[in-house]
Write a new protein. Structure first.
Length: 223
């Protein structure tokens, strides 16, 4: 009995406490980088948060809403068309330069325009491969969206201020990875030491966010 108790206490002592990690992502000009996906890796023993396993993306006003979605491996993505005209959903892994890795492997769905008083057309897809996915529409070429399927339980989309707070990261060494729709190459991970009471780190990137342009025929731009 005493040996069992001692073993349990030793196990508890080996499991690190957890704390919040605040990550601020800056672009190549030192300004906050909006819509950056922040990923934290830790090999320290301890509990892991549950990943996001289901998310919804709407096609509304000639846009994918939200523009960037972060989920866990094996998550189910539900698509719906809230516009009154037809849309496609073209979904595939994204490579460097913002193009599809292999268009022949893309998933394609056509969602009919919404009819007043009826539920919107909808479809879904389970994503079982990690990485960035590009969303497009055959009918409206200006429509672009992104999904990032994370291979770590600590994954979050940063805000307009470039900040993301990752909760319950074990105290000890960790590394921070950044992904952004406008990046040209993967950046080098940033090492960080998570301490009790919470830690913060600023990540400087070489990413130049693309200036938003009015898509042709889009009456909702800026709305």
């Amino acid at each position: 009995m005493r040996a069992t108790l001692i073993s349990a206490l030793l196990l508890l002592a080996a499991v690190a406490q957890a704390a919040d990690l605040t990550v601020t992502v800056l672009d190549r000009n030192g300004k906050p980088l909006a819509d950056a996906v922040v990923l934290v890796d830790s090999n320290v023993q301890g509990p892991r948060p549950a990943p996001v396993m289901e998310a919804g993306i709407a096609q509304e006003k000639l846009r994918f809403v939200p523009t960037v979605t972060v989920v866990g491996l094996g998550a189910k993505i539900n698509f719906s068309n809230l516009d009154s005209w037809d849309h496609h959903v073209i979904l595939g892994l994204m490579g460097a330069g913002g193009v599809y890795v292999d268009p022949g492997l893309n998933t394609q769905m056509r969602l009919a325009g919404r009819v007043a008083g009826k539920p919107p057309a909808a479809d879904s897809k389970v994503l079982s491969q990690p990485g960035a996915y590009l969303l497009g529409c055959h009918i409206h070429g200006s429509m672009r969206g992104h999904i990032y399927v994370a291979d770590t339980p600590w994954a979050k989309l940063g805000g307009e201020d470039g900040k993301a707070v990752l909760q319950s990261v074990p105290e000890g060494p960790a590394r921070v990875r950044i992904w952004h729709p406008d990046q040209l190459v993967d950046g080098t991970p940033t090492s960080v030491q998570v301490t009790s009471g919470g830690s913060a780190v600023t990540v400087h990137t070489q990413i130049a966010p693309a200036r938003k342009k009015r898509p042709a025929g889009d009456p909702y731009f800026g709305g």
